[in-house]
Design a protein around this ligand. Structure first.
Ligand SMILES: Cc1cc2nc3c(=O)[nH]c(=O)nc-3n(C[C@H](O)[C@H](O)[C@H](O)COP(=O)(O)O)c2cc1C
Length: 199
């Protein structure tokens, strides 16, 4: 068996997916529309479980934490996820109601990041989410402990990799009238101080 060294890690292929075409002229005004476009395209292109994401939170001591969750809903109110209030994430969100989400769709070379404050959904919405779970999954949850939360986005980044390292980054931030976005494509491969290309 190989030993995991820096050299071994460097030898792993990266950014081996195939990115779909991206047209600047048809960039939506709102991040929600682009997210819906990208996650459905990812599913159509065979990305398994495109609704799996990393949820990062911050505990009462300011230490970050992260784990994998499923996206339960997404609409004008935000990106929704669910879990027990009594969990570490539940305690962390009670102490610091902020979060970041990260999606990585390897086959299509796309990633999305969302960050912002977190709002707890209504009891009805949380109960409705719990009701969609299997009986076995519901059985392990104490009455009233299941919560649906929403990340209300203050920044949404869409990143698409390119084999020549001319990656594209589309960043949405809210402004008084709705959303503004910037589009940035690397003009040439970026190089580190050691002359090596880096991602
Ligand atoms: C693909 C996948 C999906 C998951 N979905 C959820 C979820 O929707 N809600 C949840 O509470 N935990 C989910 N988990 C488990 C979490 O990763 C985590 O172990 C659990 O929520 C406890 O995290 P915490 O101790 O930081 O609160 C999922 C794990 C995986 C691998």
């Amino acid at each position: 068996m190989d030993t995991v060294t820096a050299a071994w890690l460097r030898a792993r292929p990266a950014l081996t997916g195939t990115a779909p075409a991206l047209h600047r002229d048809s960039t939506p005004q709102e991040p929600l529309a682009l997210f819906q476009n990208w996650i459905t395209a990812a599913a159509e292109d065979g990305v398994p479980e495109p609704h799996a994401m990393t949820l990062a939170t911050v505990d009462a001591d300011g230490l970050p934490d992260a784990r994998t969750l499923l996206l339960k809903d997404v609409d004008e109110r935000g990106w929704a996820f669910a879990g027990p209030r009594s969990s570490a994430k539940g305690r962390q969100l009670a102490a610091n109601p902020v979060a970041a989400l990260s999606f990585w769709w390897q086959p299509v070379l796309r990633a999305v990041r969302v960050r912002g404050p977190v709002q707890e959904a209504s009891r009805e919405d949380s109960a409705a989410d719990l009701a969609t779970r299997s009986a076995a999954a519901r059985a392990g949850v104490a009455e009233g402990d299941w919560v649906l939360w929403r990340v209300v986005p203050t920044r949404v980044e869409f990143w698409q990799g390119a084999p020549d390292r001319r990656h594209t980054r589309i960043v949405y931030t809210p402004d008084a009238d709705g959303w503004r976005h910037s589009w940035n494509q690397e003009e040439r491969p970026r190089r580190g101080a050691d002359g090596e290309e880096y991602e």
